[in-house]
Design a protein around this ligand. Structure first.
Ligand code: PLP
Length: 396
């Protein structure tokens, strides 16, 4: 891997596991703290008139946040990463790039909060969009004169559709359209959309980057200087910045990103194979299964398959019984932490997605989503054996 952007040591081309431990020595504090300090300050004193330490005010820049931005930018091979108070704040700021009358194209299977933002806020601000299944529909006929952006996730949430980022980036480039990829599901550990031709990467830092279900944050990562300057201007002007303390938590999370994701992915594949063998499970969608339609593209464009999987059971009652009886697994919204979470998309993450869109995407009352954690796999399987036995009794 390219080591430009890190001045930790003189070694070149270290692995991403090591990159997660990067500490920019320029920013190291005067005591040589190995854990980067929390600069819990709103403002910074000037040494004299016309002089600056490089920091003026925390809405604009803060050393702890800058350290985090530096490492996220570095992991995504970006020119800059901007840290926001949430993933949604990052996406809302991104949308400020556009003007009344602009049009954009989205994947029809997206995080529900993003769909809500596009429907309730972007539309009110005079933007229009077209939704399509970007993993299989041809995007070219959807491009209009005023189309400014294509926005997608891959794999998608929750249906795990996989889109070929390089292919799409060629079309976007030909038409002068921004390609934006929400890379939350795989994290920079497994996938780097900027290397595949994307212009902007979005992250909910709440998820795998933070990794412990203890903080909320978000990122935009860019490689183009002019675009970066525009976004930085909107950022300091609108102010949805990440606090120093939350920056510290995500910095700490990133240190173990590699080991957490390796373990969670290993568990996810084992669980996917286990679930496929269960009587009441009618469908298992995990891109690491060879029969998944996106398997080959994933092998080409990512370094792994992630820890998110979706499955379907044979009745709504069975799904509800599972949710009512999990113990070791939490029935909770969100993803990407060390604990396994089970989510019910129709009442949680996708509650605001219109019914016809849900149906078209194949999301129904029998669909369940798992964010697989790093527990012992035997314990996760015992948990499912127990819960499936109860669900079978309740629904016979
Ligand atoms: C959670 C999530 C978001 C929103 O991030 P927040 O940190 O919750 O605001 C955006 N995209 C995806 C894929 C997510 O999972």
């Amino acid at each position: 891997m390219d080591c430009s952007g890190c001045n930790r040591c003189t070694q070149m081309n270290c692995s991403i596991d090591t990159k997660c431990q990067q500490l920019d020595r320029k920013l190291m504090d005067r005591y040589g703290a190995v854990s980067f300090p929390i600069y819990q300050t709103a403002t910074f004193a000037h040494p004299g008139l016309g002089e600056s330490t490089g920091y003026d005010y925390t809405r604009v820049q803060n050393p702890t946040r800058q350290q985090l931005e530096s490492i996220v930018g570095y992991l995504e091979n970006g020119k800059d990463a901007i840290a926001f108070s949430s993933g949604m704040a990052a996406i809302a700021t991104l949308m400020e790039l556009f003007q009344i009358g602009d049009h954009f194209i989205i994947d029809s299977d997206l995080y529900g909060g993003s769909v809500r933002l596009f429907n309730e806020i972007s539309r009110k601000n005079g933007l229009t969009y077209t939704a399509a299944n970007l993993s299989k529909d041809d995007v070219r006929p959807l491009i209009q004169e005023n189309t400014r952006m294509i926005y997608l996730e891959t794999p998608t949430n929750p249906m795990m559709n996989v889109t070929d980022i390089s292919e799409l980036s060629k079309i976007a480039r030909d038409h002068g359209i921004l390609l934006v990829v929400d890379n939350t599901f795989l994290s920079p550990y497994f996938q780097n959309p900027l290397d595949l031709g994307a212009d902007i990467v979005v992250h909910s830092g709440t998820k795998f980057l933070g990794g412990h279900h203890d903080t909320v944050g978000g990122f935009l990562v860019v490689k183009d200087q002019a675009l970066d300057e525009k976004l930085r201007f909107i950022y300091k002007t609108t102010g949805a910045v990440l606090s120093p303390f939350d920056s510290f938590l995500i910095l700490r999370g990133i240190r173990t990103l590699a080991v957490r994701l390796e373990r969670a992915q290993e568990n996810a594949l084992k669980l996917a194979r286990y679930l496929k063998r269960q009587k009441h499970v009618t469908k298992v969608i995990y891109p690491g299964l060879e029969e998944h339609p996106g398997y080959e593209i994933m092998k080409k464009q990512a370094r792994g398959f992630g820890a998110m999987l979706t499955f379907e059971v044979d009745s709504e009652g069975f799904a509800r019984s599972i949710l009512n009886h999990v113990e070791l697994i939490y029935f909770a919204e969100s993803l990407g932490g060390t604990e396994t979470l089970i989510t019910y998309p129709i009442t949680q993450t996708h509650a605001d997605v219109p019914a016809d869109v849900l149906e078209r995407n194949g999301i129904n009352a029998r669909t369940l989503r798992l964010s697989v954690g790093i527990e012992g796999i035997g314990d996760l399987i015992s948990e499912f054996n127990r819960v499936f036995a109860i669900a079978e009794k309740e629904n016979s």
